[in-house]
Design a protein around this ligand. Structure first.
Ligand code: TNX
Length: 559
């Protein structure tokens, strides 16, 4: 197969460019990640030739398609080395035409049709067009501009399998510059992902400016030291260096805009009522004992959590979420709910009085304190509901009987997602066994220190979100709205480490999210992955080489 391709390139070189110049001709390859629904290639047809005079058309007055056109010309310039011009004249020659008039059930669908004269990308919405743009750019080789690129005639039809295609980043344990957050969003966009779950607060740091509560970042944004040895091993070693910082509201707005241009919605997470030690350090009156508290310096779970028995805690949360709602226009707000020990609540007079006065009682195996957590989460969910938002919570929020209309993020395995779906709630699958990108990806000695676990690329790729009951009962399966990869950063202080953990497992995650299971094939995926390497190099991403090395012998043909 590979030989046939290079023979064809040679033929095209001779036919199209004989006499013109001695420029090299490279061919496109439509086997991209995530793999499209269908690729009908006419291998023998005359190709479309991408060259510096190629123009990108978008209709006048359509700002969304103009954005797509600008992004496309930017991608081409960076990857291929020449700057294409944008035009509103749809009759121009040698043209890439962008439209968003495709009639399709799935609003993110697109078609990409290549003829000798034109490349037509038609989305069912501007988002669909954007995914067509991504497929086109990933089909192009990475070169220095002194070439022509032959795109074989093709018809690609494509649409995502899941509507929620997420990637998460924890900036509480370690934070990263605004420029890196944008680069991370670019990584999502490159993989047709549309949800950036931004974990903004935790025990070890509060990273978002809240005007009404300045101490959250002044005090809660800082910790005095960081655990640098393994958290489960004795003899903890700390670096004894203060660590901190936060994102200003202006920076957040800038990032939200940047993401929106790339059809990425940000899901901000304020994790409560556990994982709140940084907030307690800032405002000790929000805890059961009144403190004093210190922003966390070690990893794991802390007993000190928000007090659920004081009215002022509920007022505080409404104050915080009012600002969150104003900053993030997306549909979802994540309110956490994971790993909240009930130790303090059991002996807190305020919590116990609140339980009595609100008639909160145990139900079956569920304790009164678990019900109290449900009460608190429901209050916040109702508040956000009034602002037109839907909440997402970690699967623990099912423990107190659930929060109505919440979407469950199933991380402790898949049972949370199954239970949610059975009860008619939406679920997002993030089981740690398959999708925790903070786990080690190889057993090599030289692997960076991580929180634990072992999750090689092949295991990520093997994950099938709709199995068991979710597969046999379509009504339940329909409640699984998507899949997400999570990247917690306890041990990843630098952007380089984050990239190393994310890439190439993010590629595998994207095929779980986008590609139909019958199209998935690990060996072929490794072949496709190999081609991503040059693109990652050009775009300045670091990566772990494991998957690429595995793929050296991969067969790259899918059509
Ligand atoms: C569990 S996933 C956590 C995080 C940790 C992570 C480490 C979840 C809801 N909670 O606080 O960072 O494990 O893998």
């Amino acid at each position: 197969m590979k030989n046939r391709f290079s023979l064809l390139s040679l033929l095209w070189t001779l036919l199209i460019f004989s006499g013109c110049s001695s420029r090299q001709v490279l061919s496109s390859d439509y086997n991209v990640i995530p793999l499209p629904v269908s690729i009908s290639l006419q291998e023998e047809g005359t190709p479309f030739v991408l060259k510096p005079s190629t123009v990108v058309y978008c209709p006048e007055g359509d700002s969304l398609l103009l954005k797509n056109a600008e992004l496309l010309t930017g991608y081409v310039a960076r990857q291929v080395g020449f700057e294409l011009r944008i035009t509103h004249d749809d009759q121009a020659r040698n043209i890439i035409r962008l439209g968003s008039g495709l009639q399709a059930e799935n609003a993110e669908a697109y078609t990409l049709v290549v003829t000798p004269q034109a490349v037509e990308i038609e989305g069912a919405s501007a988002a669909g067009t954007f995914y067509g743009v991504q497929t086109l750019r990933k089909s192009l080789p990475v070169t220095d501009g002194k070439v022509r690129i032959a795109l074989a005639p093709v018809r690609i039809e494509d649409a995502p399998r899941f509507s929620y295609r997420g990637l998460h980043l924890d900036v509480a344990r370690h934070m990263f510059p605004v420029e890196f957050i944008k680069k991370y969003i670019d990584l999502l966009a490159l993989h047709n992902m549309n949800m950036f779950h931004w974990h903004l607060t935790d025990d070890q740091g509060w990273r978002i400016e809240i005007k009404r509560y300045p101490r959250l970042t002044e005090v809660g944004g800082w910790r005095k030291a960081t655990l640098v040895s393994h958290w489960e091993k004795p003899d903890h070693k700390y670096d004894e260096t203060p660590y901190g910082g936060y994102y200003t509201q202006d920076e957040i707005r800038d990032i939200v805009r940047y993401a929106a241009d790339r059809h990425v919605e940000i899901v901000p997470e304020i994790d409560l009522p556990g994982h709140m030690l940084a907030a307690l350090a800032a405002y000790p009156e929000l805890g059961c004992t009144g403190g004093p508290y210190e922003t966390g310096t070690r990893w794991g779970v802390y007993d000190d959590v928000l007090c659920a028995g004081k009215e002022e805690v509920y007022e505080f949360l409404e104050g915080v979420f009012s600002e969150i709602v104003a900053l993030f226009p997306g549909r979802y707000i994540h309110i956490g709910g994971d790993e909240c020990p009930k130790t303090r609540w059991k002996s807190c007079p305020d919590c116990q009085a609140f339980i009595r006065s609100h008639g909160i009682v145990s139900q079956g195996k569920r304790t009164r304190e678990e019900q109290l957590q449900s009460y608190m989460m429901s209050q916040i969910s109702d508040f956000l509901g009034k602002h037109g938002r839907k909440v997402i919570g970690w699967d623990e929020i099912l423990e107190g009987g659930g929060v109505k209309s919440a979407t469950i993020m199933s991380w402790r395995g898949t049972q949370g997602g199954v239970d949610a779906a059975r009860n008619g709630w939406d679920a997002i699958m993030v089981p740690y066994q398959y999708l925790y990108l903070d786990y080690a990806q190889s057993r090599d000695e030289g692997e960076p220190l991580s929180i634990g676990g072992y999750l090689p690329l092949s295991k990520v790729y093997s994950y099938e979100p709709l199995s068991g009951e979710l597969a046999s009962n379509p009504e339940m399966g329909a409640h699984v709205i998507g899949v997400q990869g999570n990247l917690w950063t306890e041990y990843f202080r630098t952007a380089e480490l984050v990239e190393y953990m994310a890439i190439p497992r993010v590629d595998a995650v994207s095929e779980i999210q986008w590609t139909r299971p019958e199209r998935k094939n690990y060996e072929k995926f490794l072949g496709r992955l190999n081609r991503m390497r040059a693109l990652y190099d050009r775009l300045g991403y670091g990566y772990a080489s494991h998957g690429f090395d595995e793929g050296q012998s991969g067969d790259n043909q899918d059509m």
